[in-house]
Design a protein around this ligand. Structure first.
Ligand SMILES: [Zn+2]
Length: 134
């Protein structure tokens, strides 16, 4: 199984809750899930994994570099698999929906601005808080 290999590669022992949670993050149509989202999805799939276990496993996944945690304003922390390249996020303030985007102009300008201040860019995290246009 792919999940078993991913766990081993990350230095984690293969346990059933870890496999189930990793599968859920992989297969769910939502790339950004809170611990509650993962818990509910597992319940709906008939999997018996408690919320406390989901929290603990997601924290272990984060420490092992398998997932990235985002603490967006006004919501729960959401987790996404660390398998995609760099991107930024938009968060809808009404629905909490998370939208990914990547813009080469923004990426370029950020580097230039940092350079103008005598630095080099190490990392960045851009979050736009948005609302559906009426
Ligand atoms: Zn993302």
């Amino acid at each position: 199984m792919v999940e078993n290999n991913e766990l081993r590669k990350a230095g984690l022992k293969v346990t059933l809750p870890r496999v189930k949670i990793l599968q859920m993050l992989d297969s769910s149509g939502h790339r950004h899930m809170s611990a509650e989202d993962v818990y509910k999805a597992l319940m709906e799939a008939g999997e018996d994994v408690g919320l406390a276990t989901v929290y603990r496993v997601l924290t272990q996944f984060e420490a092992a570099g398998l997932v990235v945690r985002h603490n967006f304003d006004g919501g729960h922390a959401v987790f996404e698999l660390a398998d995609s390249g760099h991107h930024d996020h938009m968060v809808c303030v009404d629905s909490g929906e998370v939208i990914e985007f990547f813009d080469t102009e923004i990426e370029k300008r950020q580097k230039e601005i940092v350079k103008e201040h005598g630095f080099e860019l190490v990392d960045h995290n851009l979050v736009l808080y948005v609302r559906k246009k009426k």
